[in-house]
Design a protein around this ligand. Structure first.
Ligand SMILES: Cc1cc2nc3c(=O)[nH]c(=O)nc-3n(C[C@H](O)[C@H](O)[C@H](O)COP(=O)(O)OP(=O)(O)OC[C@H]3O[C@@H](n4cnc5c(N)ncnc54)[C@H](O)[C@@H]3O)c2cc1C
Length: 431
């Protein structure tokens, strides 16, 4: 009898851990056929995308090929985009892979005994006119690289002295941690480029951070953190506009609710997220208005015990009636729990583990300028940290991810490669 097949769709912050652990614990021993499906060929940890967008992170080094990783971790990889689930026949349907007009791979179906949906989230434009057409998004590695290319083109204008009086106008919509970190990374990019023959200076980049709510970092409860970040952003020359939502985006212009117009050579949308639209009506599963699949506390979907959902794309109820927030640590922790629940099922036990979000804290890293945040927030509000300790903790989250995904030896080697590359290569990707 062939072993049960577990299909994981989405190899991001949550899904890659699930495929890796299932592959190592079950796949290698022939106890399950573990298949990871992702629309991309390589994994880049999403919390680093803003660094990829400015070139301070080189995806050539950081991207991990799913195929290579699958081969040594006991699972199989199939590249493809999930478009539907047939729960009756128990298979997922993948879109064809195209290269322009040419079909490289036809539409396919992959059967499953158990399915884990981990497709993450995308930026939510809230239906605001012109946003899709005129703003850039930071949901995928290729979008991050597009932003990087666009920025480089703008900076290239400054190879000519006579253009030096012009400013490059960047508008970032959404002053949550993604928007704030992106703004700081851009300010850093100018500092770095100066050393590489670009005729640039800090004043040439005008960055405006727009937030509809009354303060930046609306999800951060501690006012001192918001103040610290706002102060640092202003010190970098970044303009903060709060209390004004965007009502329209046009080519080169962002229009705010009070009628004011912001000129934008580059407009970046980081104002909210939803689960991908494909989930809205998938397989008759119950979903929220933001497309998240409703799950029980053990991550089984409310409609189907064979289907689990984790991370940003699921709505997981918490004991206090709230939903687990869309964060990297939630995706990772839920992934660990689902692996244990799946092993329990395969060994004939009930999947009883339930996910309770323990907020270990969150940090805002303003490039090389400043890091601040809260740690152990689940302990009576936690402690506020700033500076080196905060920065070390922030970077250790990625180190932990590397160790988890690559294993101890390869993960440590990967960290060494990163350090070497910082030493050997320019601090900004310049090509
Ligand atoms: C710039 C930025 C900075 C962030 N910083 C932080 C931070 O500091 N701390 C924090 O906790 N969180 C942070 N986040 C949020 C964090 O990245 C997400 O909460 C986390 O990545 C969610 O993990 P996930 O596994 O649910 O989804 P993701 O990591 O987004 O992975 C989803 C995967 O699914 C694949 N996929 C999507 N659709 C399909 C489809 N239809 N078919 C097949 N594959 C598909 C994608 O290619 C991707 O590999 C940040 C996000 C951004 C954008």
């Amino acid at each position: 009898m062939s072993p049960p097949r577990i299909v994981v769709v989405g190899g991001g912050a949550g899904g890659i851990g699930v495929a890796t652990r299932l592959g190592r614990h079950l796949g290698r021993k022939g106890k399950a056929d573990v298949v990871l499906v992702d629309m991309a060929e390589a994994h880049v940890w999403k919390p680093l995308l803003h660094e990829a967008a400015t070139g301070s992170l080189d995806t050539g080094i950081e991207a991990m090929s799913y195929r290579g990783h699958a081969r040594i971790n006991g699972y199989r990889f199939q590249q493809g985009t999930l478009v539907d689930i047939d729960r009756g026949r128990r298979h997922v349907e993948l879109a064809p892979i195209l290269d322009g007009d040419q079909e490289l791979l036809p539409a396919r179906q992959i059967g499953y005994d158990y399915l884990v949906i981990a497709v993450g989230s995308v930026a939510d434009d809230f239906g605001i006119p012109g946003v899709q057409q005129n703003c850039r998004f930071l949901d995928t590695t290729s979008q991050a690289l597009d932003i990087q290319r666009s920025l480089r083109k703008h900076f290239l204008r400054y190879a000519r002295d006579e253009r030096l009086e012009e400013k490059i106008k960047v508008v970032i919509i959404g002053a949550g941690s993604t928007g704030a970190e992106m703004a700081a990374e851009m300010a850093n990019a100018v500092h770095q480029l100066k050393g590489y023959g670009f005729n640039v200076h800090a004043g040439m980049l005008s960055i405006t951070l727009v937030e509809a709510k009354s303060d930046i970092l609306p999800d951060v409860h501690r006012p001192a953190i918001r103040e610290s970040v706002a102060g640092q952003l202003r010190e970098m020359g970044i303009t903060i506009r709060t209390g004004q939502g965007v009502v329209q985006a046009e080519p080169g212009r962002i229009i705010l609710a009070d009628g004011s117009v912001l000129e934008a050579d580059l407009a970046l949308w980081a104002a909210g997220i939803k689960a991908p639209d494909v989930l809205a009506d998938i397989g008759g599963l119950e979903t929220t208005s933001s497309n998240q699949v409703l799950v029980r506390p053990n991550a089984q979907t409310t409609q189907d015990d064979r289907i689990f959902a984790i991370g940003d794309c699921c709505a997981c109820p918490q004991p206090d009636g709230s939903l687990a927030p869309p964060r990297g640590q939630v995706a990772r922790q839920m992934g660990h729990m689902v692996v244990r629940n799946l092993i329990d099922i395969l060994e004939g036990r009930e999947p009883r583990r339930e996910y309770v979000y323990r907020d270990l804290g969150s940090l805002v890293n303003l490039s090389r300028f400043h890091t601040v945040g809260n740690l152990f927030s689940f302990l009576g509000g936690g402690i506020m940290v700033e500076g080196r300790l905060a920065r070390f903790t922030y970077h250790s989250l990625y180190r932990r991810h590397l160790l988890e995904v690559y294993g101890l030896i390869r993960g440590s080697l990967m960290m060494a490669v990163r350090s070497l590359s910082h030493f050997l290569r320019p601090s900004l990707k310049l090509h």
